[in-house]
Structures are given as structure tokens and as C-alpha cells.
Design a protein around this ligand. Sequence first.
Ligand code: 2BA
Length: 111
Amino acid sequence: MAIKLLVSIVHSDDADQLITALRDGGFSSTKISTTGGFLREGNATILVGTDEASVANVLDVIKKNCHTRTQYVNPLPPVMEPGELYMPNPVEVQVGGAVIFVLDVERLIKF
Ligand code: 2BA
């Protein structure tokens, strides 16, 4: 049976609930504290290794436990001339619920 690795980037506030739901569903997981390159805010990356047949179940658990959020980010101010006034205009971005990469695993080894 082929093994897959799901690399899921989720909001930090959803991570613990997601890990608990995965465990209740019989799935092992690893949480890594990460930072998004755009917002430069903490998020969480959850690794789940599982057989191919269970990928849909894992995706379902992730979908049920991760929520989309609206956040606002201030663009970097432009280069200003002396006396010019910069009025920040926050930009709205939709974050998550989850960004998921599904990878093929060559081997899973446990010692
Ligand atoms: P961040 O990089 O902090 O991005 C947060 C949200 O900002 C993104 O949400 C997206 O809505 C927006 N965003 C990102 N880059 C943008 C850009 N160049 N211009 C305008 N808006 C932009 P999501 O797409 O849901 O991504 C959530 C987090 O998932 C990201 O946090 C990042 O940590 C990760 N991620 C998303 N796509 C990725 C990818 N292709 N490779 C690696 N990590 C990714």
C-alpha cells in the first residue's frame, strides 16, 4: 500500500483541535511551529503520514477543524519625499482554513 505524507499549513488557533481530532480518528501527527512568508505571523504545519486509502479521511478531518479567517495587512509604505503624508490602507487577505500538500513517501521506517 502506498504511503502519503500530508503537509498541512493551518492557523495556530486550529492546530490543537486538529491534532486531537486526528488522534481520535486513529491518525498520528506532528506539529511544527512555522511562520507564513506573507503575513510573517505564526502558523502551524501538521505532518500526517498515512496509507493512500486514508488520505480522503484525513482531508475530511482537516476540513472540519480548520477555519478560513479574514486578516488585514498594511502594505509596506512607499519611499516618501519630505513633507509627503502616507495614509496606510490595509489590504484584506483570506487565510486558510488549510493549505495542504500531499506527497508520495518512498518508505516509512521506524526503529
Ligand atoms: P502567509 O504566507 O502568511 O499568507 C497568508 C495569506 O496571505 C494567504 O493565505 C493568502 O491569502 C495571502 N497571500 C499570501 N501571499 C500573498 C501575495 N503574494 N499576495 C497577496 N496575498 C498573499 P493562504 O493562501 O491560505 O496561505 C496560508 C499560509 O499557508 C501562508 O501564510 C503560508 O505559510 C502557507 N502557504 C500558502 N501557500 C503556500 C505555498 N505555495 N508554499 C508554501 N507555503 C504556502
